[in-house]
Design a protein around this ligand. Structure first.
Ligand code: CDP
Ligand code: MG
Length: 166
C-alpha cells in the first residue's frame, strides 16, 4: 500500500474541446498538493471501459465511454494528472464539485465550467477519484511506476529493466 495519499484527475474531452484545461489546472494548483504525474494520452476502448467498470450496468455507459474517448467532442486525448498530499482525494473532489454540473456548487469546477447539454450529456469537465482504493486502482491503470515522481505503490522490475506495478 502507498504511504502517501494520492488521487487521479482526468481533464475530460468536453473541457479540452472548450479550452478549459488551463482553468482546471490553475484551480488545482491552488490546492496544497503536489503534482507528481501528468501526461496527455489517448484513451483506448479498453482503458475507458476498465476505468469506468463500476458504471458498466448504467444505461449511459456507452455514451460515457464515447465521452471519455473524446468521440463526442472531436478530441483525441485527455490530460491525466496525479496529485499527492494529505487529504488529496477529498480536496480534489471538493474542488470538482458534485457529479451533475447543475447540482454542483457554482464555485466548484463543475458548477462553474460544466453543463448539461440539451441532448442530456453531462459535460462535467473532470474526473476525480472517489476514495483511496479507487485512487490506487486508477493511478496504477493510467500511469506506469516510472511516470510518477514519487513511488506511491510497490513496483517490480520485469524483463531486466521495465518497472511495473507489483
Ligand atoms: O465522476 P463522479 O465520481 O462524480 O461520478 P460517478 O457517479 O462516478 O459517475 C462517473 C461519470 O459518469 C460521471 O462523471 C459522469 O460523466 C457520468 N454520469 C452520467 O453521465 N450520468 C449520471 N447520471 C451519472 C454519471
Ligand atoms: Mg466516480
Amino acid at each position: 500500500m502507498g504511504s502517501e495519499e494520492a488521487t487521479l484527475v482526468l481533464i475530460k474531452p468536453d473541457a479540452i474541446a472548450r479550452g478549459l484545461a488551463g482553468a482546471v489546472l490553475s484551480r488545482l494548483e491552488q490546492l496544497p498538493l503536489a503534482l507528481i504525474g501528468a501526461k496527455v494520452t489517448r484513451v483506448s476502448q479498453r482503458l475507458a471501459e476498465v476505468h469506468y467498470q463500476a458504471m458498466r450496468e448504467e444505461p449511459f455507459f456507452n455514451e460515457l465511454i464515447q465521452h471519455l474517448r473524446g468521440e463526442l467532442h472531436g478530441v483525441a486525448y485527455v490530460l491525466a494528472l496525479v496529485y499527492a498530499g494529505p487529504g488529496a482525494v477529498a480536496a480534489v473532489r471538493q474542488a470538482a464539485g458534485a457529479t451533475n454540473p447543475e447540482a454542483a456548487s457554482p464555485t466548484s469546477l463543475r458548477g462553474a465550467l460544466g453543463r448539461m447539454t440539451t441532448t442530456g450529456l453531462m459535460e462535467n469537465v473532470l474526473h476525480a477519484s472517489s476514495d483511496d482504493r479507487e485512487a490506487q486502482r486508477e493511478i496504477t491503470l493510467w500511469f506506469r511506476p516510472d511516470e510518477l515522481l514519487v513511488p506511491l505503490y510497490a513496483s517490480k522490475t520485469v524483463e531486466g529493466q521495465t518497472r511495473v506495478w507489483a
